[in-house]
Design a protein around this ligand. Structure first.
Ligand SMILES: Cc1cc2nc3c(=O)[nH]c(=O)nc-3n(C[C@H](O)[C@H](O)[C@H](O)COP(=O)(O)O)c2cc1C
Length: 211
């Protein structure tokens, strides 16, 4: 099978300016709901791109936990590789690849840590196993065996037995504040529909982009 021959026509309905909400967050909300109801696997899984001081792009999947007018929030370890890159360069790009709907959404903007109170609220809502997991992993650092991780799990379970698992100081959320949001809808013969929202001092500016 030649990978170069793998292609698919995108038979989906078009996207017009009149279909779009003036606000990209509300437009995202509509498309997110479409992805959820269409049964897309993990519609809240998004690629998160960062680049540290050396400018080398880096990319991984994280889960969107919630979004509103302030931005898009994910949770992670504040000592991880992505966190170190965000310290050097607090800007990121997000990608939602909703291929089953012939759609993708791209978001770019500055990134800020959410408040401790906000992280605590979210942490408290997580299953206990995930809370313990946050304590156990020095995310992105090398470890010599899985056994060591399992030992640490047993240790943390003993330590927090019978009580609430506290929020680790090294764990919490980041909010990507959108400055550019692009909605892409696949169309036949590669004549796709693309609309870009750019944040300006007078609100969101929307334009169609060539495919
Ligand atoms: C579907 C999926 C969801 C994930 N969600 C998260 C997440 O919400 N937070 C997180 O820190 N890592 C998540 N990961 C793991 C990351 O992709 C990555 O391995 C980890 O965050 C370490 O990345 P880093 O070394 O660049 O910091 C997820 C991975 C997958 C495949």
């Amino acid at each position: 099978m030649d990978i170069g021959d793998m292609r698919r026509e995108f038979e989906s309905e078009g996207l017009d300016r009149d279909d779009l909400d003036d606000d990209p967050i509300r437009q995202f909300e509509r498309w997110f709901e479409d992805a959820r109801t269409a049964g897309i696997l993990e519609p809240n899984a998004m690629s998160l791109a960062t680049a540290g001081a050396d400018g080398m792009p880096d990319l991984r999947t994280v889960l969107l936990k919630y979004f509103d007018a302030r931005g898009f929030v994910f949770y992670t370890n504040y000592g991880s590789r992505k966190a170190r890159e965000l310290e050097d360069n607090p800007r990121a790009a997000l990608l939602f690849p909703w291929l089953g709907l012939n759609r993708q959404v791209r978001i770019q903007g500055p990134v800020e840590k959410v408040s401790k109170a906000e992280s605590l609220r979210y942490f408290a809502s997580r299953p206990r196993g995930s809370q313990i997991g946050a304590w156990v992993s020095e995310q992105s650092r090398a470890i010599t065996s899985r056994g060591l991780l399992e030992q640490k799990v047993a240790e943390m379970k003993r330590k927090f037995a019978g009580g609430e698992v506290p929020l680790p100081s090294f764990w919490g959320g980041y909010r990507v504040v959108p400055e550019r949001v692009e909605f892409w809808q696949g169309r036949p013969s590669r004549l796709h529909d693309r609309f870009e929202y750019l944040r300006t001092d007078d609100g969101w500016h929307i334009q169609r982009l060539q495919p």
